[in-house]
Design a protein around this ligand. Structure first.
Ligand code: UDP
Length: 244
């Protein structure tokens, strides 16, 4: 499939784009601990402004809008679990993470209300922790950080007691989920996309990375740009580190 790659702001793109889209996937966002922390104070404006540009573009084209959100909107849930019925309490004190969560929640609610009024056809998708080839540790995401540290034979940095649980999903499965929901998702509805089979504590993830058979690059002095362990193409993934 031919792809047109345009590098510009969301605002510029949305105001000058043609009116002939059927589906718009809105993934443009500040994301990841490194980006969120460095943009504190500007996160809410950026997320909401870009979402409204996308809304207007989708309305102009009469296109379906697939909005990518985050599990951060649950505000951490209650007792370690997040339910749709639980009040969404995004706890203070003020922080970059709180600003990110509140802005994403506001964007979700605006899309849902717009869709209910019949003035927009939008679905929201919340991908849970994504993993895959070429994911960079620079964003602060745990798995590429662990892999990078292991390759350099550095200690792995487990934050807290490591008992926090995550469920990692292969990027290709997330892409399939996005396309499926673009096709079949009910307007005004939010969907969580993840792989419960990969539920793991961060401490066990660190152990799994350390136990992974790594083929190191030939020179011990070179800094490896990529993980060169075995790649198993089968999908969906049955282990968080599979395919990395
Ligand atoms: N984490 C960690 N060491 C790191 C980076 C992250 O222990 O070097 C932990 C982090 O505290 C969190 C989990 O790994 O509990 C997942 O972090 P990530 O930023 O990848 O995703 P998110 O917190 O958004 O689920």
């Amino acid at each position: 499939v031919p792809i047109d790659l345009v590098t510009c702001s969301v605002e510029h793109y949305c105001t000058s784009a043609p009116n002939d889209f059927d589906v718009i996937y809105h993934l443009a966002s500040i994301v990841g601990p490194a980006a969120v922390l460095s943009r504190a104070g500007r996160i809410a404006e950026s997320i909401l402004r870009d979402t409204y540009h996308m809304i207007r573009l989708a309305q102009r084209c009469r296109a379906r809008l697939v909005n990518v959100s985050t599990s951060e909107i649950y505000g951490g849930g209650s007792g370690g679990y997040c339910h749709e019925e639980t009040p969404r309490v995004i706890r203070g004190p003020a922080s970059a993470r709180q600003e990110y969560a509140a802005a994403k929640l506001a964007a979700e609610v605006a899309l849902e209300n717009f869709s209910r009024s019949g003035r927009l056809d939008a679905v929201t998708v919340r991908p849970f922790n994504v993993s895959g080839t070429r994911q960079s540790g620079r964003g602060g995401f745990v798995l590429p950080r662990f892999v990078g540290q292991a390759l350099l034979e550095l200690p792995l940095t487990v934050f807290g007691d490591g008992r926090q649980v995550r469920a990692f999903t292969d990027a290709r499965d997330v892409a399939d989920g996005l396309m499926l929901l673009a096709e079949r998702g009910v307007a005004g509805t939010a969907y969580n996309v993840g792989n419960p089979a990969n539920r793991i504590t961060i401490l066990d993830l660190a152990r799994q990375v350390l136990g992974f058979p790594v083929r190191r690059p030939p020179s011990s002095t070179s800094i490896p740009a990529r993980f060169t362990g075995p790649i198993t193409p089968k999908r969906p993934t049955s282990s968080p580190t599979q395919g990395v």
